[in-house]
Design a protein around this ligand. Structure first.
Ligand SMILES: [Zn+2]
Length: 145
């Protein structure tokens, strides 16, 4: 979404890219005005991943993948090539994770990614992510390049 707001005269926002995705409402506003109306605001923009067959897997798929894995402190998913995904994981506490009865389910994680990306996108590498002070404070988790 790109917004313009002139309400704040000291700091007007002109075509400000706020980083959220949204879609238009299908129905007009009940007030009768015919201006375009926002429907659902879907949240932050995330990149999509492309499968070997050309289908798109929205980045939110990966975000949801980690909802049920509270041992993950931070993750980064990189599509190195069309057929290769690298997942970097920083656990909440490496010692605590090692002591758990059921260790980190990285195999299950890799299988879920393979299933979503299709059989031909068959290389999923899960590796530990040693957080530096900089990457720990970078909210997006994106590499600077
Ligand atoms: Zn209205």
């Amino acid at each position: 979404m790109v917004v313009t707001s002139l309400r704040n005269r000291a700091m007007p926002l002109v075509r400000y890219r706020i980083g959220d995705e949204a879609c238009w409402a299908a129905e007009p506003c009940p007030c009768g005005r015919h201006w375009p109306l926002l429907g659902k605001v879907a949240g932050r923009v995330t990149d999509s991943f492309v499968t070997a067959s050309g289908a798109l897997v929205h980045g939110a798929f990966f975000t949801r993948l980690f909802y049920d894995r509270p041992w993950v402190r931070r993750f980064q998913v990189v599509q190195d090539e069309v057929t290769s995904i690298t997942v970097r994981l920083a656990p909440i506490d490496a010692v605590e994770v090692a002591q758990r009865e059921h260790g980190p389910d990285t195999d299950a994680l890799a299988h879920e990614i393979q299933a979503a990306m299709g059989a031909r996108s068959n290389r999923v590498t899960v590796r530990p992510w040693a957080l530096t002070a900089r990457s720990a404070s970078n909210g997006s988790g994106r590499s600077p390049n």
